[in-house]
Design a protein around this ligand. Sequence first.
Ligand code: GMT
Length: 379
Amino acid sequence: MKIGIVCYPTFGGSGVIATELGKALAEKGHNIHFITYSQPVRLDFFSENISYHEVAVANYPLFEYAPYESALTSKLVDVVKYEKLDILHVHYAIPHASVAWLAKQILATEGIYIPIVTTLHGTDITLVGKDMSFEPVVTFAINHSDGVTAVSESLKKDTYLNFKIEKEIEVIYNFIDLKRFSKKAKDHFRKAIAPFGEKLIVHTSNFRKVKRIEDVVHAFNQIIKTIPSKLLLIGDGPERTAIEKLCRDLGNCEHVRFLGKQDAIEEILSVCDLFMMPSESESFGLAALEAMACQVPVISSNAGGMPELNIHGVTGYLSNVGDVDDMAKNAIELLSDPEKLQLFRKNALDQAKKFDIHVIMPIYERYYQKVIDSVMAGQ
Ligand code: GMT
């Protein structure tokens, strides 16, 4: 198949999933065209089956806001037409789903019919998308996509709850490349960061409010009173300064390391004992899946799709959003019981294997074919 993929080219979960999916489909022999405003961060190798089309937004003194949507629409029309794409897969509803619909209408005037699949990722539904300033467009674009997928049952439910959706939504879970994300022998790194055998607790995110990183820091503050440990905070974003200040106020800076954005995250995860994800809302929790693949159990909130990934009492523990005491209690219990920790590590890996890219990618392939067939049948 010739597949166009539209996504945010950043470290965000939707961009990572879109890029990894495209890479895996290309490896399988499909022809993949990434259409994004800069090269996707995970698109780090050359393949004869992958092309990258950059969306350049022309600047003009009249534009207070660069018209990204118009530039992307024009680029989609161009790429679909000249590369003869079979299907367009757009990730994150805003603005990609409505842009794809407009491109489809333009192409139809020339007798070209391009099926559109929209994948809903999370905040496009649970946070930003349902805001009045976007809701009518998101509802329309979902209802006019030829296929719609959501990354968890919880996100599917939230979509039906928050929008008037007439379309059937297919759940296709996030996935992981277990070749890359596996426990690596990096003990020298562990010794450097925890020279006295301290336990290592880790959190990775884009440091947005929705991640509730303050809960990680407060829970950690309770944990270090019982268990000598270090906290590794990976990533960067708007909350970073506030979290640094919180550590200073709590006086635990010497035990907290801000590692910033990291490429080889799997190497750091490999030496960690616990992963914390106390998010306010989390449609799936790709970062937790990456930790689990590296045999790190998860202490998380029970928001959104987290219970579909992190199995309470098996791969980690779930707590109500904001229940820092419960998170700290669960972490202390697990860190002070080596046998249980070992069992949870194994369980975490077993659970991660269910989301192996080689299991999930063929589901997308079959879904694309189903959507193409139904669009062709309706012409
Ligand atoms: O909101 C983010 O953290 C980024 C966002 C995205 O779309 O880039 O992540 C969402 O999509 C990921 C991939 O499908 C999911 O694993 C994350 O759970 C989801 N984030 C939220 O729902 C907050």
